[in-house]
Design a protein around this ligand. Sequence first.
Ligand code: M6R
Length: 368
Amino acid sequence: EKGGFDTFMEKEIHDQPHAVADTLLGRTDETGSLVLDEMGMSEEDLRAIDKMVIVACGTAAYAGMVAKYAIERWARIPVEVELAHEFRYRDPVIDEKTLVVSISQSGETMDTLMAVRHAKELGARTISICNTHGSTIPRESDGVLYTHAGPEIAVASTKAFLAQITASYILGLYLVQVRRDKREGVAEVMAELQAIPAKIESLLEGMDRVKEIARFMADTRAVLFLGRHVGFPVAMEGALKLKELAYIHAEGFAAGELKHGPIALIEPGQPVFVVVPSPDSEHGLHGKVVSNIQEIRARGARTLVIAEEGDEDVVPFADEVIRVPRTQALLAPLLTVVPLQVFALELSTAKGLDVDQPRNLAKSVTVE
Ligand code: M6R
């Protein structure tokens, strides 16, 4: 059942090319238009939406943060992302023109379910991005976009995360098609998304050095993760994986925040992962993140740099360079998170811990 792997998590990391490919499957018709038939809303209703709020917890919330960057950029609709348990207990300003999108692997997370119920009471339209057919959250939502990651057994979410990000891209592109009547950009992104599974495959084949780095870090007490733009939620996800699996203190920061505080944490030998945007990104943040690497290296940090193939600018300041294939800037999280998953898995294994069932955690949190 573990497909020849030692743990479910390792199997699920290797399932990721399929999780992305299967989530993309059957979303377009013969003319190349996206068809999402379980949205539970007419195109007219979707055109009337003036704001989107994404509610989720844990890893699913990080998928939501990635979605915000993509959906705002493509569909030009304001997107807020909020932890479901926070959303529920404040007084959110939403109405029938708000689309509340919940993201949940299990579809049974109580905090997320309560947020969806709250949104409905306030009159919002609700859609869920979910991996479990017939579970409570999609049943209680107006519409659903299922991820097709297959069952995820390990407590730490991996393939569901990639599938959630993929599904939110599809939702964003659908909104472009419906609201902006633009089809060209959509086809281009869909074509690149189709190329992602093979890129994950090749990335997974080159993980030996990442595993080696992890094995030598079994005594590490703290690891920092920096990222910017869509690399920021990836940094936080990398930190969460390490907390959950290896019980190591880990924090993810937005790289731009460094000089506003976190740089005080840097002391000689402190390991820091840095998720570097592509040098070709239109947002132009590559140079800024390279400067951050330089700054922390000058203070003694051990820099573990995740950078695109061919990005030579990082080399002088990197103790280790972990290469990822090239892709569009907004799609990069589907690749950059993979080495961080492998790193946490390997470190947990090196410490002799239970990878699939970390202490104190449940696969789905069905209490508030
Ligand atoms: O089933 P859900 O996606 O709603 O679960 C949300 C979180 O509980 C979940 O992602 C959790 O953070 C994982 N253990 C992360 O690895």
